[in-house]
Design a protein around this ligand. Structure first.
Ligand code: ADP
Length: 334
């Protein structure tokens, strides 16, 4: 993994968990989802039932895992974590489900990447708290129903649309996480700084927040990189100029676009004449997985008004050309 890649997952895991807010009260931003979730949890507790299954969708780093942990914390139950790609066989899922304790929260990350048979087993488990275990092979195989204790599934996906309808329908609540407002990110940077023992003023925190692609994971990572820069290149003190220099060094521009974001925009503009260009062609030309371009770069670029999705492919907006310092080709008739 590229240690400077703001999307990189590994390496920062220990640092990440130390910064996770433990309760809804400390979870900043996403006011709508937080309030809705609070209602779901409180109502379940009053009724003395396990909360409905919860689906969380949104780009990476917006707080899906954090919310799953918060749900378990708030209702005071253990949390079990797995992910779609880790569940290759229905048997893997059966083993997890039958090992759950009553009321436990089961967090299933990247739920859209589960195998088909596992998915079917999950339907039944979500609805009837039961799994059918297949014993034996061939014509002699039999299904043995196995009851499992009531549990709450928290599924996470980058896009709810990737889930098959029947699976989506079995969630009682869907929270769609959106990119964070800068204000909320400033709060997150300040909270993280204080947990990490980093002194930072409001303006410097705002410099970091506004260049974090609306994403808490990136805000926390950039905060650490700014700290490093201040330590090594300056006297350790962070001020807005130091923050801004550090971010430039790490190839994060004033609008928060990182290397991948810019590579995508540059490809659309310079190699494909502004588009339309198909997603997989685009991904190939920047040397990335189609999924990464679609789930990480594209939502942000669309949200910021740099890219448009059309039936014929991705198209750069005038703002994209402007941001890259290029002049858009003249469109006939204008
Ligand atoms: P996801 O599961 O959506 O990829 P995570 O829950 O792992 O994202 O969040 C990534 C990091 O961002 C975590 O370390 C967490 O500390 C931080 N984070 C996410 N959301 C918030 C929030 N609302 N307030 C404070 N920190 C947050």
């Amino acid at each position: 993994d590229d240690p400077l890649d703001p999307h990189a997952h590994v390496g920062d895991l220990a640092a990440e968990s130390a910064l996770r807010p433990p309760s809804l009260a400390e979870f900043k931003g996403q006011p709508r989802v937080a309030e809705q979730l609070e209602l779901v949890l409180t109502a379940a507790q009053r009724r003395g039932r396990v909360p409905d299954h919860v689906l969380l969708s949104g780009p990476p780093g917006l707080g899906k895992t954090t919310l799953a942990m918060i749900i378990a914390n708030e209702i005071g139950v253990p949390l079990r974590i797995s992910s779609g790609p880790a569940i290759q066989h229905a048997g893997d899922l059966a083993a997890i489900l039958s090992g759950l304790s009553e009321g436990e929260v089961f967090f299933l990350d990247e739920i859209h990447r589960m195998s088909r048979p596992a998915e079917e087993m999950l339907y039944l488990a979500m609805e009837d708290f039961r799994v059918d275990i297949i014993v034996g092979k061939g014509p002699g195989a039999t299904e043995i129903p196995l009851e499992i204790p009531p549990f709450t599934l928290v599924g996470a996906t980058t896009r709810a649309g990737l889930l098959p309808g029947p699976l989506r329908d079995r969630f009682g609540f869907t929270g769609q996480l959106d990119y964070y407002e800068t204000d909320a990110l400033v709060g997150i940077v300040e909270r993280s700084a204080s947990l990490l023992g980093i002194a930072i003023d409001r303006t410097s925190a705002t410099v970091i927040a506004s260049r974090s692609r609306g994403t808490p994971r990136i805000a926390n990572r950039l905060l650490r990189r700014v700290r490093d820069y201040a330590l090594v290149r300056r006297n350790g003190r962070i001020d807005p100029a130091v923050a801004s220099e550090a971010l430039t060094l790490y190839e994060v521009d004033e609008l928060g676009l990182d290397r991948l974001d810019r590579a995508v925009l540059e490809a659309v503009c310079t190699r494909f004449g502004g588009g339309p260009v198909g997603l997989s062609t685009l991904a190939m030309s920047v040397g990335e997985e189609t999924e990464t371009v679609e789930e990480v770069a594209e939502p942000f670029l669309i949200r910021q008004g740099f890219l448009m999705r059309t039936p014929r492919g991705r198209v750069a907006t005038p703002r994209a050309w402007q941001h890259l310092g290029l002049s858009a080709p003249r469109v006939e008739g204008t």
